[in-house]
Design a protein around this ligand. Structure first.
Ligand code: PXP
Length: 250
């Protein structure tokens, strides 16, 4: 995703349409239909996380997304051989490597890159050779960002979860500290030549300060938008997010 021309990109994560579908079994609601509606509402990309346990997105969703999407797919996955094979078969526009724990409800933290440098460098090399932009989901931590750069990642996605949680809990000291760290680390990552994305837990209340970081070129947002679409529809929920992002950028 390199042609931003100054505009902050919005990637819509559709995992939780699949969560709802899988709660009942069957085919509805269809995450691929949600992806198409998101495209029509102005999403610049679609994000989908194929977890090892297939708790939301399943393999056939990825097949159908690759067949039908007009905007780029950001394929989120853990650094496993199984996922690498799937990514190499599909060659999505971007692959975002995330940590995955079976017992977690959602991706709780950033990837530990510094301790796994050699392994991860070998893991991402074939993905890069296949033409995928490789992104690493990471905490706002200089050591991890430096390591992500060293292993050859082109993109980092900063984990905004701790900032959003602190906001929700009314702990504004922590919230502002997290925000400041993300601000510094997005500038640092950019200075290394890394493209900077951010996401996790963002909503209408928390998006603007992150959208205002000049180095951040893409936000990936899912859970809140899918929840909000129950009340106002997916298109209007996305359009409002887009409006807030653009306002923060202006
Ligand atoms: N970015 C990454 C790398 C993620 O793992 C997730 C959650 O799957 C998101 C963004 C979106 O987070 P949320 O669904 O909380 O908006």
């Amino acid at each position: 995703m390199t042609d931003y021309a100054g505009r902050l990109r919005l990637g819509v994560n559709i995992d939780h349409v699949a969560t709802l579908r899988n709660a009942r079994g069957g085919h509805l609601p269809d995450p691929v239909r949600a992806a198409q509606l998101a495209e029509e509402a102005g999403a610049d990309g679609i994000t989908a996380h194929l977890r090892e346990d297939r708790r939301h997105i399943i393999d056939s969703d990825i097949d159908r997304l690759m067949e039908t999407l007009r905007v780029p797919l950001n394929f989120e996955m853990a650094a496993t051989d199984e996922m690498q094979k799937i990514a190499l078969r599909h060659k999505p526009h971007a692959v975002c490597i995330v940590p995955e724990k079976r017992e977690e409800r959602t991706t709780e933290g950033g990837l530990e890159v510094a301790r796994e440098e050699n392994k991860l460098a070998g893991f991402i090399a074939p993905l890069r050779e296949a033409g995928c932009r490789v992104s690493i989901f990471i905490g706002a931590d200089e050591r991890q960002i430096t390591a992500a750069h060293r292993i050859g990642a082109q993109v980092i996605e900063l984990h905004t979860g701790a900032y959003c949680d602190a906001h929700a809990e009314g702990d504004f000291t922590t919230r502002d500290r997290e925000l400041e760290m993300m601000r510094e680390m997005s500038a640092y990552a950019h200075s290394l030549g890394l493209e900077v994305h951010a996401g996790h837990g963002l909503n209408y209340e928390t998006v603007e300060p992150v959208a205002a970081f000049p180095e951040v070129v893409e936000l990936n947002i899912g859970h809140f938008l899918i929840g909000e679409s129950v009340f106002r529809g997916l298109g209007p929920a996305i359009e409002e997010m887009r409006r807030l992002m653009d306002a923060a950028r202006a």
